[in-house]
Ligand binder design. Structure first.
Ligand SMILES: [Zn+2]
Length: 358
């Protein structure tokens, strides 16, 4: 429970960080940011027309419900939205299911996380609207199904990167059994890995235990952006998967280590937050903007403080002789975190109790 996603057609999906995904997200909004983007040839004409219709409808405020376009209907409720991080940039964020990044290189697309099982096609449809290049590299931030489930939908991905501990867990997942074992990571990170050069350079870090014992932080140094996966799922109670080696005690230290190391990073993307991860003005479908608001390094600092204060509050409850359930109900946190989503707090409190009361 808690950290396991339940995928059912048509039903709401409880995400790993405790948020419910709305049944019908508005619409897939692929952007044509790149002038002369490879792949917008005749083969893509219908897709382009379809998207033009779609964006027009969105801009006219006509899309309040799902527009009956065949490809969208065929995808059920797996609606992915895609936006560039900067005008003319090739780095995109795709929300829906969990947050995915895509670096649209002419030599093959690099994908960071692949959403839950069954979402790969929605990712592909978005990517194919801006490039003919296939996904050749996948980086999985950690082993949870809602971040690795789509791996199996990218047959051209010859390089799949994850932390060694994450791979060990993925090997036990049903989705990677039999012939699908080829979608398991084949390039393992222990502490650090560098990938590509120039503007496309990617630095991958492991900073220590937190959400699990195999969480990678993926940094695009030239873009001054870091993707934190579920080490920073949203402004919400920390997600601690103790069975997967997660630690509420190490969580704040791990985040502080990241902040100390990533001095040039300005923008941060999260594992699940949708409203402020990419959408400039929140929930409106007309919020197609080319320079979406992301979290900042300040938000990350605040989150590191939050995980430290959360841990401190649990320690106080233990000292006061409360059991985990009482602690969860009476947890006292500073006013500055009042907007945080605490849905998952009881699970996090129990995880920390389990860790400290051993
Ligand atoms: Zn997770």
């Amino acid at each position: 429970m808690g950290l396991t996603r339940r995928m059912e057609d048509g039903g709401p999906v409880a995400s790993a960080c405790g948020h419910a995904e709305p049944k019908n997200r508005l619409l897939s909004e692929a952007r044509h940011q790149r002038k002369n983007a490879p792949g917008v040839g005749p083969r893509r004409q219908w897709k382009k027309v379809r998207q033009t219709i779609l964006i027009t409808l969105v801009l006219c405020g006509l899309v309040a419900v799902v527009v009956p376009l065949p490809a969208l209907l065929a995808q059920g409720d797996k609606i992915v939205r895609m936006q560039t991080l900067n005008v003319r940039d090739i780095l995109y964020v795709l929300t829906g299911g969990s947050n995915t990044l895509a670096l649209m290189r002419d030599e093959g697309v690099v994908l960071v996380d692949t959403k839950p099982p069954g979402w790969g096609r929605s990712i592909r449809d978005n990517i194919e609207s801006v490039t003919d290049q296939p996904v050749t590299t996948i980086i999985n931030t950690h082993a949870h199904a809602d971040h690795v489930g789509g791996n199996v939908d990218f047959p051209a991905a010859t390089t799949i990167i994850a932390h060694a501990n994450a791979k060990a867990r993925m090997e036990k997942m049903d989705i990677f059994r039999g012939p699908n074992a080829k979608f398991l990571p084949n390039k393992l990170v222990t502490d650090r890995m560098s990938l590509l050069d120039g503007n496309d350079r990617i630095e991958i870090y492991y900073f220590g235990r937190g959400h699990t014992d195999g969480d990678l932080v993926v940094v695009f140094p030239e873009k001054r952006l870091a993707h934190f996966g579920d080490l920073f799922p949203a402004k919400a109670a920390p997600l601690i998967d103790a069975e997967a080696g997660g630690s509420g005690v190490a969580f704040p230290e791990t985040l502080m280590k990241a902040i100390a190391e990533l001095k040039t990073v300005v923008r941060v993307t999260t594992g699940h937050d949708e409203a402020s991860a990419v959408m400039g003005s929140g929930t409106s479908a007309s919020a197609i903007n080319a320079n979406p608001r992301t979290m900042s390094i300040k938000d990350l600092q605040e989150y590191a403080d939050f995980t430290r204060d959360f841990l401190e509050a649990v320690k106080q409850a233990i000292a006061a002789g409360k059991n985990a359930d009482e602690a969860a109900k009476t947890l006292q946190l500073p006013e500055r975190y009042k907007a945080y989503d605490m849905t998952n707090a009881p699970v996090s409190v129990r995880a920390i109790y389990g860790e400290l009361k051993k």
